[in-house]
Design a protein around this ligand. Structure first.
Ligand SMILES: [Zn+2]
Length: 143
């Protein structure tokens, strides 16, 4: 956990299933019951007009991109600079991409991974970690 960071808004109209599964230590995204499309961020309906339901995903992903942060967005991140922020593309669909820390183990600080360890397309695995006392978010572990 890093103290002093803004917390995500859990009160969105369509995100309850997302946050509820994270609270259980799992990761889920919206899945269309009509066409099978996956969606993130949450939306009220699929573009095919089908209904959406939350389905747990495998947590398997690959590194789609990353950036090395030198100038912290917030003072709370300053002690960790430079640190890697990754974009993980989930195995279920090419449009399911999530931003998060890339780590070796769930307890690593956000600056534990070095650029030399990263390559586009490398396998990652989601680990649900606490970012505040009652908020969890996926970190992406190098598989
Ligand atoms: Zn659909």
């Amino acid at each position: 956990m890093i103290e002093g960071i803004p917390l995500p808004d859990r009160e969105g109209p369509f995100e309850e299933g997302f946050w509820a599964t994270l609270d259980r230590g799992e990761l889920a995204h919206q899945h269309c019951t009509a066409c099978g499309a996956w969606h993130f961020p949450a939306r009220w309906r699929c573009s095919c007009k089908g209904q959406l339901e939350y389905r747990t995903v495998s947590g398997e992903a690959e590194l789609w991109s990353w950036t090395l942060v030198h100038a912290p967005v917030l003072p709370a991140f300053a002690p960790f600079t430079p640190y890697v922020v990754g974009i993980a593309q989930l195995a279920e669909a090419a449009n399911l991409r999530m931003v998060g820390p890339v780590l070796r183990t769930p307890g690593d600080p956000i600056n534990a991974v070095r650029l030399e360890e990263l390559r586009i397309g490398m396998p990652l695995r989601a680990a649900i970690i606490p970012i505040a006392s009652d908020i969890a978010w996926p970190a992406w572990l190098i598989a």
